[in-house]
Design a protein around this ligand. Structure first.
Ligand code: ASP
Length: 441
């Protein structure tokens, strides 16, 4: 029998009416047996997510204050949901217990995790489902990554014999028995882990959009919807800022070959986007699948004659960065040149000075130059590897728009071309590439 894991994001949990809609969606398909929920998100654009309210509680705790005042806002959110749902349960008791435990644990991760915990307790009540606490089934190892074997085993044991199960997303437990969260948006990862553990036929990820668009709709008006995308393409696009799905949530489902379906809670009839292994990928006929990007990178360019014949040159440069705990996004290189592309926020104040000095000392370059305010743009698509002239079309379109390209990097898989342009040219570059491949609608 087909089994589906459904993860509902924050906007699908924002108020009682939407949770009633979620109940309806779950009831539409008996395969929807395993439900993972985020904390209630924003109800309107100026609203605050419950997770952010909780981070504020922790900031108060750290400042030595009691959390009564800041936790009151969290209480109010849940109380209003309980009222809207007409649930005859004593949720105050659960809220009191939670407040006490937040004070006792005094941990940012623990506090932040309570948004999902409380929401899952509520949703389990609404659905008449079994509640399984993530801290009892999602285990982190000593290196901070999840212990997949122990986790899968525990999830399977916990769901045994249950018809409908609700899990809170976003957190698990460390070997020391402490609650630890994933990075922001991490309930997507929980959903993927549960899907792997139960051997789901599909992982449905319910959001507030009807799937992926070929680029950011704030930059291009009504871009084309992507019907089907491979894990690999999605990984490239979400890494570069397309943020419908947490970029790490691909790994658990990819290893198990489970397709992901992005669905819209507010328009459940929409087809959405399907993310599939390459073996099931049906080419759409488009050369480019999507375009995504991010602003605010810094390029450190290094020049030295005969650099290519100097053994260990790159290692020495990268070692300087590793010592400063700086990760490098890309390293495009020429015969006597190499560039390091780094997120600007990693290079604050004195760090930049130390990096430049360190490089000068270790490799004695002829020239070292720093260029700030660079945006990176990735054009991604399996169609790109098989069609001749794609790069030429991208470059011609950008040249036509009068934009200067600062760096070019093509991944070895040939499904990705990354370009660096000035921050101020970011939007126009995306528009130029989009219109070249999808036309001006
Ligand atoms: N509630 C968490 C966040 O706001 C995790 C999630 O929504 O997936 O980041």
């Amino acid at each position: 029998m087909s089994v589906k894991v459904c993860k509902f994001g924050g906007t699908s949990m924002a108020d009682g009416n939407i949770i009633t809609r979620v109940k309806w969606i779950v009831g539409q398909d008996p395969a929807r047996k395993y439900i993972v929920v985020s904390a209630p998100g924003k109800r309107y654009s100026k609203d605050t997510k419950v997770t952010d309210l909780l981070y504020k509680c922790h900031a108060d705790l750290r400042a030595g204050k009691h959390i009564t005042e800041s936790f009151a806002l969290v209480r109010a959110r849940y109380n209003s949901i309980v009222r809207e749902l007409n649930l005859g349960i004593d949720f105050d008791h659960i809220l009191d217990e939670t407040e006490e435990r937040i004070e006792a644990e005094n941990s940012e991760n623990f506090t932040a995790s309570r948004g999902e915990y409380l929401c899952a307790r509520l949703v389990a009540e609404v659905l008449g489902a079994k509640f399984v606490d993530a801290e009892d089934v999602i285990f982190f190892g000593d290196d901070g990554t999840t212990d997949d074997n122990a986790t899968d085993k525990a999830i399977r044991a916990a769901v045994e014999g249950a018809d409908l199960v609700v899990f809170p997303g976003f957190y698990g437990k460390t070997p020391e028995g402490k609650v630890k969260t994933f990075s922001r948006g991490g309930s997507d990862i929980t959903g993927a882990i549960v899907a792997r553990a139960v051997g789901a036929s599909v992982y449905e990820n319910w959001t507030d959009v009807s799937g992926f668009l070929a680029c950011d709709p704030r930059i291009v008006d009504s871009p084309k919807r992507i019907k089907s995308i491979s894990y690999k393409e999605l990984r490239e696009l979400s890494y570069m800022g397309a943020n419908v799905l947490h970029s790490e949530s691909i790994f658990p489902v990819r290893s198990a070959g489970i397709p992901v379906q992005i669905k819209n809670t507010f328009r459940p009839e929409d087809e959405g986007t399907e993310i599939v292994p390459i073996s099931r990928y049906v080419p759409s006929g488009d050369i480019v699948t999507g375009i995504a990007g991010m602003k605010n990178f810094t390029i450190i360019s290094i020049e030295k004659s005969m650099m290519n014949s100097e053994i260990g040159f790159m290692d020495k440069v990268l070692d300087v960065l590793a010592r400063e705990h700086i990760s490098v996004e890309h390293v495009p290189s020429g015969i006597d040149t190499m560039s390091l592309v780094i997120e600007s926020e990693q290079l604050t104040g004195l760090k930049t000075e130390r990096v430049l000095e360190g490089i000068k000392e270790s490799v004695h370059p002829d020239l070292i130059r720093i260029t700030e305010n660079i945006a990176l743009i990735a054009t991604v698509g399996h169609g790109m590897s098989s069609s001749v002239g794609t790069a030429a079309r991208i470059f011609a379109a950008i040249a036509h728009a009068g934009i200067n390209i600062r760096i070019i990097d093509q991944g070895s898989s040939e499904i990705n071309i990354i370009l660096g342009v000035k921050n101020e040219d970011y939007e126009r570059t995306i528009q130029a590439i989009y219109y070249e491949f999808f036309g001006q609608s």
